[in-house]
Design a protein around this ligand. Sequence first.
Ligand code: NAD
Length: 527
Amino acid sequence: MPSCREGVRGVYGTSIKQSGSLRTEIGKLMPTELHHWINGQKVAGGKSRVGEVFNPATGEITSLVPFANEDEVKQAVDVAKDALLSWSATPPIQRARVMFRFKALIEENMDEIASLVSSEHGKILDDARGSITRGLEVVEFACGIPHLLKGDFTGQVGTNVDSYSLRQPVGVCAGITPFNFPAMIPLWMFPLSVACGNTFILKPSEKDPSCPLRLAELFQEAGGPDGVLNVVNGDKVTVDALLNDPGVDAVSFVGSTPIAEYVYSTAAASGKRVQALGGAKNHMVVMPDADFDQATDALMGAAYGSAGERCMAVSVAVAVGESAQPLVEKLAPRVSGLKIGPYTDPEAEMGPIVSKGALERIKTLVDAGVAQGAKLVVDGRQTTLQGYEDGFFLGGCLFDDVTPDMDIYKEEIFGPVLSVMRVPDYESALKLVCDNPYGNGTAIFTRDGDAARDFTVRSNIGMVGVNVPIPVPVAYHSFGGWKRSMFGTSNTHGMDGVRFYTRIKTVTARWPSGIRQGADFSIPTLK
Ligand code: NAD
């Protein structure tokens, strides 16, 4: 297996640093060459299929990432299958100890990991640290794996017959993750999967692969045996190779809805266990009795934090009755005054968009909103930053008078664009939420306990907040949407994660007492 453990050669033939790109004398950035991580080693990967990784704040290419082909994926699957034999037989308490060390290493290296997230995604450092902490919580949950794997036991299900169930690993698991949380979402998946005794192949987003590669190194440093956690970088070819490889037993996917649906149907058709989380359009209902200052603060963070590139971002504010006017009046100056900057600016509240393509797509949708008659109260399309003219920056945009037929309502924009929709009453707000094809998250802001309770019961959405705008469940609950935000039956992490990454085996046992039962030709009923 080709290894580049000690460093790789730069694309332009010059030797380059692993931990950061170098500049030539004329100031041109020399991109770092990234790698795969297979069997506890950096593996260079072929040169024929390579992706460019950008610093979204400067627009510069900082790294080149190899895209694995079918043979390289097969190599990773074979390694994961080999490692499964001893790892699945390792006592859960020993697997938990690896998790404890891994948790400590993530904490020790928090700043470095946050920089890797921010430099390739663009989000501000505080936000990156917060997302890593949310992933760390799953590692903490996985530290309790001996307890979580405890099965059930019933004595005397019949005379001298006992029954008990075991949770056993599923086998080789694959995780395919999106760009917007390069630490948190891989951490939703592999720590729990490997703690359950599986081995894992992670295919992170090709837009920000450096953080997942670093996490794999830390897992090894924590005592994770070679081959238990592997990272293959790539695109659709790589994903398809994982979905079609008979050696892969389970697939966890998080990303956009069309790809989630494709991954779900393709992997399920080849007999794999699949959980596939998709896109979102999250509504926050603001009732006339809400605290408008609190609701405005909540909307600012939930709509514009991480430049709106969160699956739980609020992209629609549903203003009920007379709440619309004060809400828009309070929001407008706050959106115009958003501090936009690169992640290196400690004052910045919002960074750039992840890529030029995504920036153009968002601007096109904003144009469509204007053309289709929505009122653009704050227009961030012309935003540029001095010294960062080539960065992918977009100012916050605020629309009012948005209606359900408009593209800005129908599409998941995934950018810093908030649509205010005016409805006459609570029932109309609830209907809007329930009629939307997505069902990831929603929230209600109110002082009325009755309205809040009704909303939590009747909304057909997977995660609901009451005066909490981004109700992302903690690690020991589970995360997942309804409707077109999720395909499959199992949420991620929490006990749903344990169930997804294990198979139940139920044993019914009788120890012969010397009394023969004789042959029984009817279905056994224990007496
Ligand atoms: P994406 O669907 O484009 O990519 C996700 C993953 O799928 C990546 O690893 C990518 O390489 C791979 N992929 C892309 N196209 C593919 C194809 N044609 N065939 C096979 N694999 C393919 O998503 P993204 O742009 O990286 O992330 C943003 C999306 O993810 C948004 O829709 C967001 O709502 C969603 N998301 C959902 C959740 C959730 O929990 N529901 C969380 C985060 C992000």
